[in-house]
Write a protein that binds this ligand. Structure first.
Ligand SMILES: CC1=C(CCC(=O)O)c2cc3nc(cc4[nH]c(cc5[nH]c(cc1n2)c(C)c5CCC(=O)O)c(CCC(=O)O)c4C)C(CCC(=O)O)=C3C
Ligand SMILES: [Fe+2]
Length: 477
């Protein structure tokens, strides 16, 4: 059994024992959420130090050859009813890159940097959707005697797709492996950690430096994240709406830090890319392409710096949806287009992983966070980012033990939802994670050019709108 990562004396802290306690959520809402969590957790949602034998880099995965593309896409969309036309369209995007996603090589670079940073702690790598798969990584860990590993996920934000789904896939991999599968903990979300945000500040400043001085007064920062269904957005985090709020918080930090560096506070927007699923299901909007077209038509903007805040590397969705598709929409309306790089394997990002790890294994404080929203919980509470209401409820690893074995009595209901005993108005029966059924809460978003232009004009007026209006309409009363 490897012991290199253990704090002397801390290895005996085992998170299997349970106690009931009360957690007051970290935001200003006063919802008291009764839940089951490890006895090692404090009321602030933090844990006592816990030793680990390894770090597991957990990522999305991507195809490495043309023959991988369709099987990979089927893994990604398994059971979520993504239409064939959409898959064919995405397959075409991968084929344009020679059938090879850049994401695996980016993870190899991050893995090498993490190994150098964390040695002698062993670092493993596993993906949700493509080789090396999570189960292979867990098998290698079991072989090497790893009893407990900390998971670092290449997604900075809360949401089913960006957090819980990884934990569900980890639970499935543990179940597949069977006895001796390592115990897993997940490092916290890092959307406003300096190691994630400050490299992006540099990248934005770099892009602004390429824009002629005469255009800078009419340059907007356009923050982009992966769109998700509105129901998924409303369900994100322990008490809803965490995804758009975390995105807005991280964007606001970057805008302020850029202003400190350049002396100019650029107006900014938060928009979304890569939506899929049937048009009848509302997703976070506006789409980055529609937004750029509207900005161009409104005529008050000369240049944009697109900031892919929702992503940690320049993978396929970034280079295709932004550098190809969004850039084309900008060009068509005469907008000068720049795109800031993601963090990738920036040394500060690598150091951040060490800091997140040391928070958990040594109890290091303070936990760095640059926005008023962070730092968030160390351990995702029960049903964090899970769909509300009746529906598919899968076990999720690396959270509270009860989440890995959802109880019969609560299956289909999220106990912290105020209306968990009555049919849920915005999560119809059978709603799968990812949302296949239209929600009734927020009004479906118009994405036609005309309607969209109206929305854009609203936030052009102030010149510095933080979040697009529609995210405020999402979620619970
Ligand atoms: C929030 C979020 C992130 C950011 C957090 C994170 O990084 O995890 C993300 C990342 C990524 N998404 C990626 C690729 C894909 N995402 C898809 C589909 C979907 N993503 C969703 C959400 C997210 N996705 C959702 C709600 C769907 C539809 C329903 C479903 O199927 O769950 C599909 C299927 C086809 C399509 O519908 O577009 C593909 C191929 C790649 C790899 C890129 C590469 O290869 O370089 C990466 C990093
Ligand atoms: Fe995706």
């Amino acid at each position: 059994m490897l012991r290199s990562g253990f704090v002397p004396g801390a290895g005996c802290v085992v998170s299997r024992s349970r106690g009931t306690m009360t957690d007051v959520s970290s935001d200003s809402r006063t919802t008291i959420i009764p839940m089951i969590m490890p006895r090692t957790m404090t009321a602030a949602g933090r844990t006592e130090p816990v030793g680990v034998d390894a770090l597991l880099l957990v990522s999305f995965g991507g195809p490495e050859a043309p023959s991988d593309v369709m099987p990979f896409l089927r893994n990604v969309t398994h059971g979520r009813g993504v239409p064939d036309e959409r898959l064919a369209q995405v397959a075409e995007q991968y084929r344009r890159l020679g059938g090879r996603s850049p994401i695996n090589d980016q993870n190899r670079a991050l893995l090498a940097a993490l190994r150098a940073e964390l040695a002698p702690l062993p670092v493993y790598w596993g993906n949700r959707n493509w080789s090396p798969f999570l189960v292979d990584a867990l098998r290698a860990m079991r072989r090497d005697g790893v009893g407990r590993a900390a998971c670092f996920v290449t997604s900075a934000f809360a949401s089913y797709s960006g957090c819980r789904q990884y934990r569900e896939d980890l639970a499935r991999a543990r179940a597949q492996l069977g006895p001796g599968a390592p115990e897993l903990i997940k490092l916290r979300q890092y959307f406003d950690h300096p190691g994630f945000v400050l490299p992006m500040v540099d990248h934005v400043v770099d892009e602004l430096a390429t824009i002629p001085a005469a255009s800078l007064a009419r340059t907007r920062l356009v923050f982009v994240a992966h769109s998700i269904p509105l129901t998924q957005s409303a369900d994100s985090g322990p008490d809803g709406d965490a995804y758009p709020r975390q995105l807005a918080a991280a964007a606001a930090v970057i805008v302020e830090r850029v202003a400190l560096r350049t002396g100019r506070r650029h107006p900014h927007d938060l928009v979304y890319a890569s939506r899929s699923g049937p048009p009848s299901v509302p997703w976070l909007a506006p789409d980055v392409g529609d937004h750029l077209a509207a900005l161009g038509s409104a005529g008050r903007t000369q240049a944009v710096v697109v900031v892919p805040i929702g992503f940690v590397s320049d993978h396929m969705e970034v280079i295709h949806d932004l550098d190809v598709m969004a850039a084309e929409r900008a060009r068509a309306v005469g907008l000068s287009f720049r795109r800031a790089s993601t963090v990738g394997a920036d040394p500060r990002f690598v150091t951040m992983v060490r800091e997140l790890l040391d928070e958990r294994r040594y109890g290091h404080r303070p936990r760095a966070a640059l926005s008023p929203l962070g730092p968030g919980h160390d351990v995702c509470p029960l049903w964090c980012c899970a769909p509300r209401g009746p529906g598919r409820r899968l076990p999720a690893a690396a959270g509270v033990p009860a989440d890995e074995r959802p109880g019969q009595d609560t299956a289909g209901h999220r106990p912290d939802a105020p209306d968990s005993d009555v049919p849920d108005s915005d999560a119809p029966d059978g709603t799968a994670p990812g949302g296949d059924a239209p929600g009734s809460g927020p009004a479906p978003l118009e994405t036609s050019d005309g309607a969209h232009r109206d929305i854009c004009d609203v936030h052009d007026v102030g010149g510095g709108a933080t979040v697009h209006n529609d995210v405020h309409k999402v979620g619970r009363p």
